[in-house]
Design a protein. Structure first.
Ligand SMILES: Nc1ncnc2c1ncn2[C@@H]1O[C@H](COP(=O)(O)OP(=O)(O)O)[C@@H](O)[C@H]1O
Ligand SMILES: [Mg+2]
Length: 342
């Protein structure tokens, strides 16, 4: 079987350009693509590195691809993660991971909250802001500290240390900065949820399993909340400690697992996802921050990889499990993996 890998690369930019521009933050390094290819080849699959440029349809046909391992994040708009899966659906080529609808819904933090609330999953209270005048009256509905963020980003793009705000003045400064940096999308102002941060890996389909739980811990000031901002993610070696499994009592542990599985199913995730939570002791409540159906797969620093390793799951096993869940999903749907291309 020939497996194509679809992705977006950081590497055609200089390191300085990457740091100056946040737009490449979600993209992968050649190291990650090579690591995935190595795993697949070692296990008997032929591979082709396809990227995700506009010539993808030709490449898929020329290479005779049977299945796509998709980690492409896409370039433009809130549907960018769905672009490659949509093309693959149109060509009837099977691929790993969630479908276009799930990818788009979960990238849009406003839509995510609506569905989460409908499913009974608590999320931080929030308001959508498109201009400074939308801040009017906000303080009667939301309590400081607040967090500002763009509505359709990931990898902490647009979430800086200064995005946690304590006063109206700080809020206005933060919103002005985002309006300038992200002029083409709504912004969210949401209540800051104090407390511990736990990310949960979920794997599978009809009966998904918990891959693991991992706490994101403040390494510099242990005991203090982490704010996993862009600056912190970029400087994770110094600022972050990953604790997997986290020290949680049985009730809380079960509660988080249950919520993660509920979110996975409600959002229609497939094969793999990472779901992020904050535990507020003060409010005695668990809040979901977001659903990541396209979690990073860097062999060194991705949250999912670190979590898997802590459970004794090697990188090879993780990649193969994602692949195998996707392959069995198609086998169940189609009886075989053959596809008719147009
Ligand atoms: N409402 C919030 N309360 C507390 N921390 C938050 C809140 N929103 C974001 N954060 C912090 O910022 C990080 C990134 O936010 P998130 O909404 O997950 O954006 P992204 O999609 O870029 O990962 C979180 O992991 C968390 O540490
Ligand atoms: Mg996140």
């Amino acid at each position: 079987m020939k497996i194509g890998i679809t992705y977006n690369l950081k590497d055609d930019l200089s390191p300085k350009a990457i740091i100056d521009s946040e737009s490449y933050e979600e993209f992968d390094t050649p190291n990650t693509i090579n690591a995935i290819c190595d795993v697949l080849e070692k296990n008997g699959y032929e591979t082709a590195k396809l990227g995700s440029d506009i010539d993808i349809v030709d490449k898929l046909k020329q290479e005779g691809i049977d299945f796509v391992f998709n980690i492409a994040e896409g370039h433009i708009g809130r549907n960018r993660e769905s672009h490659i899966p949509s093309i693959l659906e149109m060509l009837n080529i099977p691929y790993s991971g969630s479908d276009p609808l799930t990818l788009s819904l979960t990238l849009d933090k406003n839509m995510t909250k609506k569905i989460a609330l409908q499913a009974g999953i608590p999320v931080p209270r929030y308001k959508i802001v498109q201009a400074i005048c939308d801040l009017h009256g906000l303080e009667s509905r939301l309590s400081y500290p607040l967090v500002t963020k763009p509505a359709w980003e990931g990898s902490s793009k647009g979430i800086y240390d200064s995005s946690k705000v304590f006063t109206k003045k700080e809020l206005e400064i933060s919103i002005k900065l985002l309006l300038d940096k992200y002029p083409n999308q709504p912004l969210l102002v949401e209540e800051y949820i104090e407390g511990r941060e736990i990310t949960v890996g979920v794997i599978g389909n009809n009966n998904p399993d918990i891959l693991g739980l991992m706490e994101i811990v403040n390494k510099k000031t242990p005991g203090e909340d982490i704010f996993y901002s862009l600056e912190t993610k970029r400087n994770w070696k110094e600022l972050v400690e990953y604790k997997s499994p986290p020290d949680l009592d049985r009730v809380l542990n079960n509660h988080i697992r249950y919520r993660a599985l509920t979110a996975f199913k409600e959002f229609g995730c497939r094969d793999i996802a990472r779901i992020d939570f904050r535990i507020s002791e003060k409010r005695n409540k668990l809040f979901m921050l977001e659903v990541n159906p396209l979690p990073g797969l860097s062999p060194e620093y991705a949250d999912l990889t670190i979590m898997a390793k802590a459970q004794g799951i090697s990188y090879e096993k993780l990649v193969l499990s994602i692949l195998n869940h996707a392959l069995s999903r198609y086998k169940n749907e189609r009886g075989s993996l053959t596809h008719e291309t147009i």
